[in-house]
Design a protein around this ligand. Structure first.
Ligand SMILES: [Zn+2]
Length: 331
């Protein structure tokens, strides 16, 4: 039983679990530690800490702490056994990849009917229609997906289970640019980037799968790793096709294992050059995870304040990026 529980907790990293439920956090210090508002009690100043390596949380506000199962017990008011069952269900939801495909296709269709979404992509430097098509980017205007899928015969419960609608029956994604996340060809999740004031990043409450578009580069000896999907798009557009993203700076064990899957691989970490150094610290912490593994990890220094997307948007070209690669840093 202990082994099975450990396995369960490894499969659903605590940080992923929280982020999939829209927990926002910032990294503290050099350790993989994050702080944000406590999901267990109302507060205005963050006192809820998560150690992503140890998979543990502690709240200095309400004094509660523990592992993922404990968090589920407290947040959903379930017994230990019920919490384990709940998590097992999360791991193997009857993934109806079909409904996600239909939703993604619908969103893709909507993109062309909403010029504001196309303009948003252009503003982010994404203007190649072929690339937009290839990435399967769509747009969720909000409020119309549910009836569309109901017309295709999906019941309320099926849609609720897929995460595409909320328990109140509203579309989960509203005014968001949508990127489908695929694994072995099948859509495993959808990522929605807010165009408005809402929290920028949102995933459906299911696993984010592995690294973005990994199927197309899993045999590559050189890989670029960036923070976000707009960064991926910018680098793909500039010709650097072996660029992937973990959707953030913290890699799950699945994503980390993917990078380590080819001995001798060179991983260029191109995280945001944040004024508060958050991206740089995360990049260094990640690079240290490769120590002792036959993977060469380098930090790519972009000009201060830039991420790959903003760098290309500011007028940089592929040669400028190649110059940055010349200045890579060892950890
Ligand atoms: Zn608390």
């Amino acid at each position: 039983m202990t082994g099975a529980l450990e396995h369960l907790k490894q499969r659903i990293p605590l940080l992923d679990y929280l982020q999939q439920r829209n927990w926002t956090a910032r990294r503290v210090g050099a350790h993989p530690e994050f702080v944000g508002l406590c999901p267990l009690h109302p507060e205005t100043r963050p006192s809820f800490y998560v150690n992503a390596d140890k998979n543990l949380f502690y709240c200095h506000g309400c004094g509660r702490g523990g592992d993922l199962i404990r968090l589920v017990q407290l947040s959903r008011n379930l017994s230990f056994r019920q919490s384990v069952a709940y998590l097992q269900q999360q791991l193997s939801p009857p993934v109806d990849s079909d409904v996600l495909e239909k939703a993604a296709a619908f969103y893709q269709f909507q993109l062309h009917r909403h010029p504001e979404a196309v303009q948003y992509l252009q503003k982010r430097g994404l203007c190649d229609p072929a690339l937009i098509e290839e990435l399967g980017i769509g747009y969720a205007p909000g409020g119309i997906l549910r009836s569309h899928l109901a017309d295709h015969g999906y019941s309320f419960d099926q849609l609720l289970e897929s995460g595409l609608i909320t328990p109140q029956g509203r579309d989960t994604f509203c005014r968001r640019v949508i990127f489908p996340l695929r694994r072995q060809g099948a859509i495993v999740n959808l990522y929605g980037r807010s165009m408005g004031a809402a929290f920028p990043h949102r995933l459906l409450p299911r696993s984010k799968g592995g690294l973005f578009a990994w199927d197309s580069m899993s045999d590559r000896s050189t890989v670029y790793l960036v923070e976000g999907l707009c960064d991926v798009a910018a680098l793909w557009q500039a010709g650097f096709r072996h660029t992937t993203s973990a959707l953030g700076t913290h890699l799950t064990s699945t994503q980390f294992d993917q990078l380590c899957g080819l001995p001798g691989r060179v991983v260029y970490i191109v995280f945001d050059q944040d004024r508060n150094q958050a991206g740089q610290r995360a990049a260094r912490a990640l690079a240290r995870r490769f120590v002792g593994i036959p993977i060469a990890a380098f930090l790519v220094p972009l000009p201060a304040g830039h991420d790959p997307s903003s760098y290309f948007l500011s007028g940089a070209g592929s040669n400028d990026f190649l110059d940055c690669l010349q200045r890579v840093q060892w950890v």
